[in-house]
Design a protein around this ligand. Sequence first.
Ligand SMILES: Cc1cc2nc3c(=O)[nH]c(=O)nc-3n(C[C@H](O)[C@H](O)[C@H](O)COP(=O)(O)O)c2cc1C
Length: 192
Amino acid sequence: MKNIMVIVGGGRPNGNTSQLVTAFSKGAEDAGHKVEIVSLVKNEVKGCLGCNACRYGKPCVQRDSFNELIPKIMEADMLVFASPLYFWTISARMKAFIERFYCLAEEDTNPNLGRYEKYPEKDCALLMTAADNLFWTFEQAVSYYRFTLINYLGFHDKGMLTAGGCGDTNGKPQIEHTEHLRNAYEFGKKIY
Ligand SMILES: Cc1cc2nc3c(=O)[nH]c(=O)nc-3n(C[C@H](O)[C@H](O)[C@H](O)COP(=O)(O)O)c2cc1C
């Protein structure tokens, strides 16, 4: 049994992203894992100030939800980053949440080339929805995920589900008319 934390970076309460998260979580729970879903709309996390007060081991000076989320992050085996595509990348809420990982850094006396500190070891995955479904629709978001979370923080990639063609936010969520919910369930079920 693994402990999975799903962070949802915005999106409508019953929108495409939320439905994708529910399907993934159901699959993971059916496989025996514990899943906790954390909404960044309900738990506001602001971007990093770069004040460096947190280095190393001290709490962040900002009074928002991040410090309360730290124990959950530390206990999780896996972090799942779920976001709608906003202007061809992850939402600002999700970016702000990731910036705050700065205060989870530990000193590393022998860092890998290009890495200045160490971060907790975590598995991770990416879940995204978008209106468009072109070959480049998720390119920036996937690039950011790979660059920051896998290459830099050193998390272990367990996969990505990029769900295009879900309709825009002018209308009702369209994800139930696609194959993405079924795929998300299977993704969750086979995640370990
Ligand atoms: C501010 C904003 C920016 C968006 N930017 C894009 C975009 O760049 N490309 C795209 O395909 N869809 C874009 N969309 C559409 C959403 O990504 C899409 O409708 C998504 O599935 C909405 O998720 P939700 O139903 O969970 O809110 C945008 C929507 C909003 C509100």
